[in-house]
Design a protein around this ligand. Structure first.
Ligand code: GLC
Length: 555
């Protein structure tokens, strides 16, 4: 496969509100990012992806943008951003912005204008439609976030479409003027020196003509009419040819419900490629069905199947993303690892994921093994998705404490607690009470403590990412799974230019006998990474310890 910088990099994701506060208002900001750039660099990552930094009324914490060419005053201003960009570049860190163009905020000027009259030039920037004659919305679509997908406006006697919250009206990408606006936004940031974009729910930007009724579901009814719309490819190709091709930049598109087959239409390398890579969700469903909120017991077989499928299907054709956490999911240790073996399982999960073929994405706090928070009262939650699910689950009788328990486990707010920097009163995140609950375990789990411990998760991440940087086999090697039927071990091999690497991961606290697959002589391999200090071998096998991981390199 063609070698290129974005395949070799590792990316650190910042969700700015909870990263680090520099001005004492309890909200993370760009000053905080500036202070932590050396720390980020020390992780051996090569780039930062910023979740939205733009002005936003925060109906969806930044994913509702009211001005695409500015910085949220809560986080700083354009000058501070340029400083961050410059200082990041000085350290060899690229910077990617979040491009949220499926929808704007309902407080964006375009939307305000669009609401003024039916002949306002901005009216057609959005999906304004007449209701059905019986005072019903134009179709039966339900939003992914907040009840019906249509909101009525009395003055216009029309409804507008929002597939996310009411505060996030969908842009009408079929309008060429809207696409020109998108290109202008892209150029604005790229000309400033930004290195690319993570493209938010990018696969939703084209809707089926006529917006037909959808198949009834508890949420997201209608999704089949926009999850990969008729003009999606065409619009992405237009963005590529008109803008992206003129810069040395990177794009990663978020594709909910994405299959390898569909992804390949967009990311297959060559002439027709319109995105560099994509985020899919299949490996995030090893303990849930469709959404994190419908949880089932963790299945390693399901996890392995998803990973292996993406590794095999993209091999030689397209590039994978590798992630276990972001701002939309509970913490991974609580899901696929073990709280009892927090350190061991965090290291194992990182090894298992980031030594596959693809670009690693690490979410803030993941590198120190932050865990879910137990919130004791529903009114401490802040997210529109949690509020919506409260209503959805109430309909099937899950209310009060039962819902609280569910939210504790499943809410994406688990990933949004402030980063734990040290054990001082507000965890070194701020000098004031943070905007959101701080996980009380910060007194033990924090960056400072991890810095001082050579065996910490943090130092393991550094080692792992350094190893990946220094060994092309970890980046470009082929992938082959072993012991497919095992319910406790995830074993795979990488191969590159005569070298082989065997990655052995245990997903259990039980002792399991591991026998090396045929063709491997462990005594001839170099043990390059492991999460236990002493690694005994007998013959060509060993008994795994809880959540053990070992990586053998054969040169
Ligand atoms: C993406 C974002 C998520 C946001 C949604 C709507 O899935 O990652 O945080 O709420 O899109 O913009």
């Amino acid at each position: 496969m063609k070698k290129t910088w974005y395949k070799e990099m590792a990316v650190y994701q910042i969700w700015p509100r909870s990263f680090c506060d520099s001005d004492g208002d309890g909200i993370g900001d760009l000053g905080g990012v500036l202070k932590k750039l050396d720390y980020i660099k020390s992780l051996n990552v090569d780039a930062i992806w910023f979740s939205p930094l733009y002005p936003s009324p925060n109906a969806d914490y930044g994913y509702d943008i009211s001005d695409y060419k500015n910085i949220n005053p809560e986080y700083g201003d354009l000058e501070t951003f340029k400083k961050v960009l410059d200082e990041a570049h000085k350290r060899g860190l690229r910077v990617f912005m979040d491009l949220v163009i499926n929808h704007t905020s309902s407080e964006h000027e375009w939307f305000r204008e669009s609401m003024k009259s039916k002949d306002n030039p901005y009216h057609d920037y959005y999906f304004w439609r007449k209701g059905k004659s019986d005072k019903k919305p134009p179709n039966n679509w339900l939003s992914c976030f907040e009840g019906g997908a249509w909101e009525y406006n009395k003055e216009l006697d029309e409804y507008y479409l929002h597939v996310f919250s009411k505060g996030q009206p969908d842009l009408n990408m079929d309008n060429p003027k809207v696409r020109e606006e998108v290109k202008s936004i892209m150029r604005f940031w790229l000309d400033m020196g930004v290195d690319g974009f993570r493209e938010d729910v990018i696969t939703y930007i084209s809707k089926d003509e006529g917006l037909p009724d959808g198949f009834p579901l508890p949420i997201s009814t209608g999704i089949e009419h926009y999850k990969k719309g008729p003009h999606l490819y065409e619009y992405l190709a237009e963005f590529r040819h008109d803008v992206l091709d003129h810069y040395d930049c990177f794009t990663v598109g978020e594709g909910p419900m994405m299959t390898t087959e569909t992804a390949l239409e967009f990311i297959t390398e060559g002439e027709n490629q319109v995105l560099n890579t994509m985020f899919h969700f299949q490996h995030m469903e090893a303990d849930s069905i469709m959404t994190d909120w419908v949880s089932v017991p963790f299945s390693l077989k399901k996890l392995k199947k998803a990973f292996t499928h993406w590794q095999n299907e993209l091999a030689g054709k397209a590039w994978n993303t590798l992630y276990l956490e972001n701002h939309d999911h509970p913490r991974i240790i609580d899901r696929y690892g073990s709280l009892k073996y927090r350190v061991e399982s965090a290291k194992m999960l990182a090894t298992m994921c980031y030594l596959q073929c693809g670009t690693p994405f690490i979410y803030q706090g993941q590198e120190i093994g932050m865990t879910n928070i137990h919130i004791d009262s529903l009114d401490k939650y802040k997210d529109v998705v949690t509020f919506n699910n409260q209503k959805v689950f109430a309909k099937i009788g899950i209310k009060g404490d039962r819902f609280l328990k569910l939210a504790n486990k499943c809410s994406r707010e688990n990933a949004r607690t402030p980063v734990q920097w040290d054990d001082s009163p507000y965890a070194g995140f701020s000098t004031a009470k943070p905007w959101f609950e701080l996980n009380p375990n910060y007194t033990e789990i924090n960056v400072q403590a991890a810095e001082n411990d050579p065996n910490s998760i943090l130092n393991y991440y550094r080692k792992l990412l350094k190893f990946r940087k220094e060994n092309e086999i970890a980046v470009y090697g082929s992938y082959k799974e072993h012991l497919k039927e095992s319910r406790t071990l995830y074993v795979f091999e990488r191969e590159y230019e005569g070298q082989r690497m065997l990655v052995i991961n245990s997903f259990t606290d039980k002792n399991v006998r591991f026998e090396a697959p045929s063709g491997f002589d462990l005594s001839k391999g170099e043990l390059v990474l492991s999460n236990y200090r002493i690694c005994p071998l007998s013959d060509n096998s060993f008994v795994t310890r809880p959540y053990e991981t070992r990586v053998y390199l054969f040169k």
